[in-house]
Design a protein around this ligand. Sequence first.
Ligand code: PDD
Length: 287
Amino acid sequence: MTRTVYVNGDYLPETEARISIFDRAFLMADGVYEVTSVLDGKLIDFAGHAVRLQRSLAELEMRAPCTMDELLEIHRELVRENGINEGLVYLQITRGAPGDRDFAFPDPETTEPTIVLFTQNKPGLAASPMAETGMKIISIEDQRWGRRDIKTVQLLYPSMGKMMAKKAGADDAWMVEDGFVTEGTSNNAYIVKGNRIITRALSTDILHGITRAAVLRFAAEAQMEVEERNFSVAEAQAADEAFITSASSFVMPVVEIDGVVLGRGTPGERTRRLREIYLEESRKTAV
Ligand code: PDD
């Protein structure tokens, strides 16, 4: 079925959507994005994604093409139009298409930002089989740039990381810098020891996950404490449980790291509980 997508003010069939070859995101990866999940036909944590988007834009001195209220309406219209009950909305804003290739930023007065949104239909997103089996992770060196707190479309190294994991027979990779895990290729990384959730503190080293913020807020409800600090792969391998979070996977258990099985090799009880709480609570505030 042909999707309806949104490009620069128009709702169009995906086959009719057009972007200039001079678009800065195509030539320079000069763009930012957000992925918002949809459950029960409603957007999960839209406000959080909107705040982070504005921060990404501001950090790159990029103009927002519309207000956040307008953005919410576009998200909702696409969800309605494409009949999404469970899935994702992808949003990308770029510095636009100045009509030629030049390293210097174009004048924002004359070059409009580009905005594109599309939906991904994912029935069964909340009831993912992976939540029952857990994920196998490998560790790889973190070779990304130093501003990982900005959600840019420079995703080549994360893509390479996913391929390294696939080739190793694993589901994803955790990236390691100076001996400590930064984050997953497209998710934040956690370990559990007793009743403590341990995850790297926020800095420019990692993306400030919207799901991360929610899960840490809900920790108390799961009778858990939060410790924001670095951890190594060796510490993770010796942990009771491990998991990742992201808008597309929510809370997903990790059962193996670099071939070392965690606990009994099945998703841990605390991770299960956190996933349950996250899904329950975020459905309540979905818009
Ligand atoms: N990825 N870290 C990285 C590097 C990410 O790319 C993501 C999200 C996260 C989790 O952030 P959030 O909880 O706000 O989704 C952490 C999205 C889902 C993606 O690229 O598809």
